[in-house]
Design a protein around this ligand. Structure first.
Ligand SMILES: NC(=O)c1ccc[n+]([C@@H]2O[C@H](COP(=O)([O-])OP(=O)(O)OC[C@H]3O[C@@H](n4cnc5c(N)ncnc54)[C@H](O)[C@@H]3O)[C@@H](O)[C@H]2O)c1
Length: 351
């Protein structure tokens, strides 16, 4: 399959609006949107006008769109509870899929998606845009380069003040169960895999909601992990952070290594810290990589290249199921107050 790819886009507002208006824009010579679905007619109409589509290319009903639109791939950027329906329709039409994270809102749905896509032999890539931002590409490169020696442990922190109901972008995030894990931590767990260069073996900890939270789902996370390569990791996630903020794109990550530490945080500057006997702590700023495309743009480029026979991206379904297992393993660890064998969860699915 080469030439300009035809996309059926599921979702037109929120993050999907960003896909349509921003992330697809540099790739107009490689793809076009030929159909759009959104349950909100006003949002649909606005997307229709922006894209210059005819009304017959716009749908409020997903099933009808999949029946009628001839496409080469499908984009999915609707709330996680509806990902399963969209993927199963895409599988029915044998369309490759580029989907927003998380794979789904439950482990059961994530498994149903995994099996359907794998059985059909289709390509599916999951968005993990934070891996491809300049500071994180830079930090990963330093860790892989070996200058700091072996990694001992990694600390990850996300902290945002979403104490006011509705302040986290969309109301559904204040309503769904396990909210911070499902909508937030899946990014950060994926980053811990990305930085450590390994997959999670075991995970323990808790999610909870403080008594004064205005949200229904759990807004706080404290988890510890052991990765398969021996690296330990911890994760603090807070949607009720009253203190220092490490919100989107400004998360704090620190890797403690054999010959120093590397960290990034609110100012997005990557710094290496080394302690020298007699010399004290020496800190240097690391010049950052400048990729042609960052974040979502990187992923769209990678996906289109993959469809044209290019290399398999890092965040394909087979890989992303491992970050998804961490998310649902964390829910299980908290519920049972036990250490969860995340590796076994993955092996159960992938065989
Ligand atoms: N990668 C990132 O940085 C990032 C950031 C924000 C959101 N997201 C992800 O994007 C997805 C959507 O989140 P959002 O914040 O845009 O949500 P949203 O509530 O804004 O929904 C997006 C659009 O989907 C439409 N929609 C809802 N249910 C639908 C259905 N069943 N069929 C068709 N359309 C439907 C809504 O009307 C809306 O226009 C989620 O998976 C979320 O995790 C990713």
């Amino acid at each position: 399959m080469s030439g300009r790819k035809r996309c059926l886009m599921i979702g037109a507002g929120g993050m999907a609006g960003n896909w349509l208006r921003r992330f697809f824009a540099p790739f107009r010579d490689r793809m076009e949107v030929v159909g759009v679905v959104d349950v909100d007619p006003k949002i649909l109409e606005s997307a229709r006008e922006f894209l210059g589509l005819s009304p017959s290319q716009c749908f409020t009903d997903m099933a009808q769109a999949f029946d009628e639109v001839e496409a080469d791939f499908c984009g999915i950027a609707i709330p996680p509870a509806f990902h399963r329906d969209a993927v199963l329709h895409a599988v029915r039409r044998r369309l490759p899929i580029l989907s927003e994270k998380p794979i789904a809102d439950t482990w059961e749905s994530a498994l149903a998606i995994y099996r359907a896509v794998k059985d059909a032999g289709l390509k599916m890539q999951v968005i993990q845009n934070y891996r491809y931002e300049a500071p994180m590409l830079t930090m990963r490169q330093v860790l892989r380069g070996g200058d700091l020696g072996r990694i001992n442990y990694i600390v990850g922190r996300f902290a945002a003040d979403y104490r006011e109901y509705g302040s986290w972008g969309k109301v559904f995030r204040h309503e769904i169960p396990h909210s911070l894990l499902v909508e937030g931590a899946v990014h950060h767990f994926d980053m811990l895999r990305n930085l450590s260069g390994s997959d999670c073996a075991k995970l323990a900890g808790w999610e909870w909601n403080p008594a004064w939270s205005t949200s229904k789902g759990e807004f706080n996370n404290l988890f510890v992990m052991r990765m398969a390569n021996g690296v330990r990791a911890s994760y603090e996630g807070s949607g009720t952070a009253a203190g220092e903020q490490n919100t989107w794109h400004e998360e704090y990550y620190r890797a403690e290594c054999e010959r120093g530490a590397i960290a990034v945080g609110r100012d997005r500057v990557v710094r290496i810290h080394r302690f020298r006997k007699g010399g004290g702590l020496v800190t240097e700023e690391v010049p950052q990589q400048k990729p042609t495309y960052e974040g979502h743009f990187w992923l769209v480029d990678e996906f289109l290249t993959w469809l044209d026979g290019g290399p398999v991206p890092d965040t394909v379904l087979d890989d992303n199921i491992k970050s998804t297992a961490m998310l649902f393993g964390a829910i299980e660890a908290s519920r049972t107050e036990q250490v969860v064998d995340v590796d076994a969860m993955v092996r159960e699915v992938t065989g």
